[in-house]
Design a protein around this ligand. Structure first.
Ligand code: AP5
Length: 212
C-alpha cells in the first residue's frame, strides 16, 4: 500500500506516520526529516535548503523530486511506503504521476489552523532519535528529556511564530490545491485530526482496514 499524508504543518502527520509504519510495516518517508538530516550534515543539499526551511518557505521542486526518486529505489520501499510531506505542490504531484510513483490512498488531515498553531508552538523534538513531543499534549516523562534515548529535546527553528505564520500561508497557497487534485483521482480520504492521538489512529485504521 502506497500512502500520502496530506495536511497543514502541525496536523499530526509525522506523529501518525510512526503509528502507520509500525502497524502496517511500511517505511515512512518524510522529506522534512530528510532535509533536516542534510542540514545537520551540512551537505550541499542541506546548505541550499537551510534558510528556506527556517523561514517557512518550500524547497525547490526539482530538489525534492530527485531526493524522493532516490529514496524510493531502496529495498524497504518494495512493499509500500508512507509519503509524509510530499507532494507539497501541484508540480510535485504531477511529476510523481509522470514518473509512475504509485499512490493508492491520500489521507488528508483535517484540522482548523488555530489548532495547528497551538500544536506547533508546544512541539519539542529529539535531535537524536527524532521522536516528537508536545509540552502539554504529549509530554515526555521527564521535562525536556527524550523518553526513548535520553537526549535533550529541542524546538525546531521553523516552529518560531514568524515561520509558523509563513508555513500556513505557503500551505494555503501551494499545498491545499492538492486536495482537489487527489479528489479528482478519487484517492482522497478525509481524516478528522482533532482529538487525541489514539482517536486519530482509530480513524486512520477505519480507512486503511486491517492490512495494507
Ligand atoms: P515538514 O517536516 O514536512 O513539516 P510540516 O509539513 O510543516 O509538518 P510538521 O512536521 O510541522 O507537522 P506534522 O503534521 O508532521 O505534525 P506532528 O506530528 O509533528 O517540512 C519542514 C520544511 O521542509 C518545510 O517547511 C519545507 O521548507 C521543507 N519541505 C519538506 N517537504 C517538502 C516538499 N515536499 N517540498 C518543498 N519543501 C519541503 O505534530 C505536531 C505537534 O502536535 C507535535 O508536538 C505533536 O506531539 C502534537 N500532536 C500530534 N498529534 C496530536 C494530537 N492528536 N493531539 C494533540 N497534539 C498532537
Amino acid at each position: 500500500m502506497n500512502l500520502i499524508l496530506l495536511g497543514p504543518p502541525g496536523a499530526g502527520k509525522g506523529t501518525q506516520a510512526v503509528y502507520i509504519s509500525k502497524t502496517y510495516q511500511i517505511p515512512s518517508i518524510s522529506t522534512g526529516d530528510m532535509l533536516r538530516a542534510a542540514v545537520a550534515a551540512n551537505t550541499p543539499l542541506g546548505q541550499e535548503a537551510k534558510s528556506l526551511m527556517e523561514q517557512g518557505y518550500l524547497v525547490p521542486d526539482d530538489l525534492i523530486l530527485r531526493m524522493l526518486a532516490e529514496r524510493l529505489q531502496e529495498e524497504d520501499c518494495k512493499n509500500g511506503y508512507i509519503l509524509d510531506g510530499v507532494p507539497r505542490t501541484l508540480v510535485q504531484a504531477e511529476e510523481m504521476d509522470k514518473q509512475n510513483i504509485l499512490v493508492d490512498k491520500v489521507l488528508n488531515f483535517e484540522i482548523p489552523l488555530d489548532e495547528v498553531v497551538a500544536r506547533l508552538s508546544g512541539r519539542r523534538v529529539c535531535p537524536s532519535c527524532k521522536a516528537t513531543y508536545h509540552v502539554l499534549f504529549q509530554a515526555p516523562k521527564a521535562e525536556g528529556i527524550c523518553d526513548h534515548c535520553g537526549a535533550t529535546l529541542m524546538t525546531r527553528k521553523d516552529d518560531e511564530p514568524e515561520s509558523i505564520q509563513k508555513r500556513m500561508e505557503v500551505y494555503t497557497e501551494q499545498t491545499e490545491p492538492l486536495i482537489t487534485y487527489y479528489q479528482g483521482q478519487q484517492k482522497l480520504f478525509g481524516i478528522n485530526a482533532l482529538g487525541t492521538t489514539k482517536e486519530v489512529e482509530e480513524r486512520i485504521r477505519d480507512v486503511l482496514g486491517e492490512s495494507v
